[in-house]
Design a protein around this ligand. Structure first.
Ligand code: 5GP
Length: 197
């Protein structure tokens, strides 16, 4: 059995990474997706246990205290974190586990899992990102500005990532993502053969 592979995906909120990741999940059966916990209020259409585990701030703080999270951050006033048990169990099964987390969380994961592979999904331009966030229509003007500020700061970290995908179209980005998975899985295999494991 091949060892598990941890993939960290980041990119400004609104860039469309959720859509790309869901296409990748449909096309690669080895992929497991880590559902994060958050204290944010669900957006219309979001489902508990699918998009996030929506929890209270109190419950989130309890998860931190009980060491139930691999990493966590406070982002735009809400907590977000990666539940540890699922990731560890899926990696042990040899699956590819995808974490969709922000740049701060990505840095923390790279320290804990130096062999993890990081992918940054970027909008073609910041203007295009603003259009996408505004079109979603679920955020107030103030939140849109806060997310644009945050996006610019996140883009400063782009060079820390192993791969960059420019999200012009979902099809192209999905194809590039699947190619990265294929390449990295094969790398793992070769590395193990070389070591004689
Ligand atoms: P949103 O509120 O738009 O769903 O997510 C806001 C930001 O939080 C996004 O950049 C998203 O990638 C990030 N995020 C979601 N889950 C986690 C998590 O478990 N850990 C960290 N560090 N960031 C997360």
């Amino acid at each position: 059995m091949k060892p598990g592979l941890l993939i960290v995906v980041s990119g400004p909120a609104g860039v469309g990474k959720g859509t790309v990741v869901s296409q990748v999940r449909l096309k690669n059966r080895y992929v497991a997706f880590s559902v994060s916990a958050t204290s944010r209020i669900p957006r219309p259409g979001e489902i508990d246990g699918e998009n996030y585990y929506f929890v209270s701030r109190e419950r989130f703080e309890e998860m931190i205290k009980n060491d139930e999270l691999l990493e966590w951050v406070e982002y735009c006033g809400n907590y977000y974190g990666t539940p540890k048990a699922y990731v560890e169990a899926e990696l042990a099964k040899g699956r590819i586990v995808i974490l969709e987390i922000d740049v701060e969380g990505a840095g923390k994961i790279k320290k804990q899992y130096p062999k993890s592979v990081s992918i940054f999904i970027t909008p073609p331009t910041l203007d295009e990102l603003r259009k996408r966030i505004t079109k979603r229509g679920t955020e107030s003007t103030e939140i849109i500005e806060e997310r644009m500020d945050r996006a610019e700061k996140e883009l400063d970290h782009i060079h820390e990532y192993d791969y960059i995908i420019i999200n012009d179209t979902v099809e192209k980005s999905t194809k590039e993502f699947l190619q990265i998975l294929e390449k990295e899985r094969n790398n793992y295999g070769n590395e193990n053969i070389k070591k004689g494991e």
